[in-house]
Each structure stands twice: as structure tokens, then as C-alpha cells.
Ligand binder design. Structure first.
Ligand SMILES: *Cc1c(COP(=O)(O)O)cnc(C)c1O
Length: 374
């Protein structure tokens, strides 16, 4: 019998395509010889990194020959105090994507299924199929719903059964920017069978208006099956460092820690995250900039007749009314990187990160050039 390497990869792996990241600035410089490029493709913070984190970088540069603290003691203490929670409920990840993957490894596998919405974050199917679990995609709300293309939590229930290991919910969701009312999430948690783990992905929580943010921390005691994920990649401006975390019951945290790589968060990541947590001025400035610029950008797009999905995140997804990939490519030649959404089954939408005022102006100018031409 002769098996090929393809036979050796299981069906889940064979069904996957590698995640397509936002195009790196260096790639575009190399390909087109452009010098001035703006990237509004990966929902990075236009104000840079929290200055407190940058200062910590230099301070711990002499410790790199040592392994990191595998338990992340100091960072967990600080997060525990911040969230008024026991450290045993915290799992640190190499970005919050790491926590998503660890959750899949613990609670999914052959014969199990993962439930998530159409137009949800691309990493959910990757981590589920990577462990050969079935993926069940719940149709999103319609384009004319109050929350167009948002998660339809009622419909989620029809997809859950005895073999459901994990339900993934993102609020606000990427790539749509849509969100769920706290009361709706709570009713869903109440209705869901206790054996189903719910991942509530709050990567963009800080960008929500205060009165829309759920108090998910308070839910942890009532729902031992809940995992809330957060990240330092977005508002803290630390996407390059890879630090995120999960909040859950101590029992779930214990299981996840059994499969975690012992040193999954670097020394620098741990120290910078710890420092960044105290940088309230930077967080406030980042929220303020995003709130103002998001509204201004949406108004500019709408003034051009381009309809935007409602967003409580740091990006806006809008309907180009034509295939968006050619527009994306034409904008690259103008030195502006945005995100086409064909891979999310939204072939006429573009997602643009809310930048600082000058970034957004340059994006709009490039958009006008390529649409006039087309
Ligand atoms: C950006 C993002 C994350 C964060 O990923 P990290 O691994 O923490 O960088 C998580 N979930 C969603 C929906 C995101 O868009």
C-alpha cells in the first residue's frame, strides 16, 4: 500500500486554506517600489503602541537569555486586579488567537461540531477544522435587518446539538463590525445546554460605546461554560507582540492550560502587556480618536452613496456596489492597503480600518481616484 502525504493530512486539514493576513507594507514597497504607503487592512491602532509598553521594551532587553515566566504570574495578577477576578480564571495566549486554538484542542475533535455565524472571524473555522471537527455556519441576519449581516443568536440554537463542543460569538464581530446587545447574549447563555462551551470574542470591546459593552466578567460566575477572550493587539497597539488572554471558570482554564505550550507568551510580551494596562491616557486617546474618526469616515462613505454596515469596532465595512477585489488592487497602486472580503463571501465589500484623520483622508482620496477611473 502506498500512502501519499496528502492522505496523511486529515480531512479537516485538507478542507482548509491558510489564513490570508492583511497585505504587509513591506510587500507592497517591494512589489511597486512605492515609498509612502498607508495600511488600513488589519485593524491596527493608528496611534501606534501604548508608550508605557514601548518604555518597558528597553527595560527588559537584558533578560532575553532567560525563558519567560511560563505562568505569567505578574501579568495575571495585574489582570486579576483589573477585572476583580481570581488569577486562576485567566489563561494567557500568544495573541487571543492562541486561546481560540487551545479551546478547540480541548473541546473539539472528530465527531464534535463548532457553531458560528456566517461572516464571522476566519480563525474559527481554521481552529475547528484543524482538529477535524465539523463546522456549522449559522446564516447571518439579512442585509436589511436592524443589524445587517449580524449574528442571529436565535438561529444558533437550531444548530446546537449533543455533539456541539464550542459556539464562537464575536461582539463586535470582524469583518462586519456588528455587535450584540448584552441582554441578547445573556438570554443565549441561559438557553444554551451547559455542556456547550461559548467563546465570546471581545477583541474590539474597548471600541464600543460604554452603554453597549456587556459586563461579561460578571457572567463568568453564572456560566462555567463561558470563555471571554481579549487581546492586546488592537486598542493597546501591540499586534506585533502577540499577547491575548481568556477569562473563564477555573475548571476550563485548567483544561486549557494542560495543552498550552509552557512558554507561549514571550518575556517582552508579558512585560509590555503589564505596562500597557496602566497606560490609561493612551487608551482614552485611542478610544476618542476612533470614535470621532469612525463617525467621520462613515459619513464620508455614505456621502459617496456607499452603504456601511453599523460598526462599534475600529473598522468600517462598506458595500462598493461592484466587485471589491479590483478596487482593492487599484488602491494598492495608490499606496493604500485595505481589505477585500471575497474570502468572507462578501465580494462587493471592503473593510477599512479607522485611521487617524490624515490616513482616512488619504484613503478617501485613493478611493475617489480608483472609482472615477472604473
Ligand atoms: C484581531 C482579532 C482578534 C485578535 O487576535 P490576536 O491573536 O489577539 O492578535 C481576535 N478576534 C477577532 C475577531 C479579531 O478581529
Amino acid at each position: 500500500m502506498s500512502l501519499t502525504l496528502t492522505d496523511q493530512a486529515h480531512a479537516g486539514i485538507r478542507s482548509l486554506h491558510a489564513y490570508e493576513p492583511g497585505k504587509p507594507i513591506e510587500d507592497l514597497k517591494r512589489e511597486l517600489g512605492l515609498s509612502s504607503i498607508i495600511k488600513l487592512a488589519s485593524n491596527e491602532n493608528p496611534l501606534g503602541t501604548a508608550p508605557a509598553a514601548t518604555r518597558a521594551l528597553a527595560e527588559f532587553a537584558g533578560e532575553l537569555h532567560r525563558y519567560p515566566d511560563g505562568n505569567g504570574f505578574a501579568l495575571k495578577q495585574k489582570l486579576a486586579a483589573r477585572h476583580a477576578i481570581e488569577p486562576g480564571r485567566i489563561t494567557l495566549g500568544n495573541g487571543s488567537n492562541d486561546v481560540l486554538e487551545l479551546t478547540a484542542r480541548v473541546f473539539l475533535g472528530p465527531g464534535k461540531n463548532a457553531v458560528f455565524s456566517e461572516y464571522a472571524f476566519a480563525v474559527y473555522p481554521i481552529v475547528a477544522r484543524a482538529v477535524n471537527a465539523e463546522t456549522r455556519v449559522v446564516p447571518a441576519l439579512g442585509a436589511s435587518a436592524e443589524m445587517p449581516r449580524g449574528h442571529d443568536l436565535d438561529a444558533f440554537m437550531d444548530h446546537v446539538d449533543d455533539n456541539t463542543g464550542v459556539v464562537f460569538i464575536a461582539s463586535p464581530n470582524n469583518p462586519t463590525g456588528t455587535w450584540l446587545a448584552p441582554a441578547a447574549i445573556e438570554a443565549f447563555l441561559d438557553a444554551l445546554p451547559a455542556h456547550v462551551v461559548v467563546v465570546l470574542d471581545e477583541a474590539y470591546l474597548e471600541y464600543q460605546d460604554r452603554d453597549q459593552r456587556p459586563d461579561s466578567r460578571a457572567w463568568l460566575e453564572r456560566y462555567p461554560n463561558l470563555i471571554v477572550t481579549r487581546t492586546f493587539s488592537k486598542i493597546y497597539g501591540m499586534a506585533g507582540l502577540r499577547v491575548g488572554y481568556g477569562l473563564s471558570s477555573p475548571e476550563v482554564a485548567d483544561y486549557i492550560n494542560r495543552v498550552r505550550q509552557p512558554f507561549n507568551v514571550s518575556t517582552i510580551g508579558l512585560h509590555c502587556a503589564e505596562a500597557a494596562l496602566d497606560d490609561k491616557a493612551f487608551i482614552d486617546r485611542s478610544i476618542g480618536t476612533n470614535t470621532v474618526q469612525r463617525a467621520a469616515l462613515a459619513a464620508e462613505l455614505q456621502a459617496r452613496g456607499l452603504s456601511c454596515l453599523p460598526s462599534q469596532a475600529n473598522f468600517i465595512t462598506f458595500d462598493c456596489g461592484e466587485a471589491s477585489t479590483p478596487l482593492f488592487q487599484a488602491m494598492l497602486r495608490e499606496g493604500v492597503i485595505v481589505r477585500p472580503l471575497a474570502s468572507y463571501d462578501m465580494p462587493e465589500h471592503l473593510r477599512v480600518t479607522v485611521g487617524a484623520a490624515e490616513d482616512n483622508a488619504r484613503f478617501l482620496a485613493a478611493l475617489d481616484v480608483v472609482r472615477d477611473r472604473g
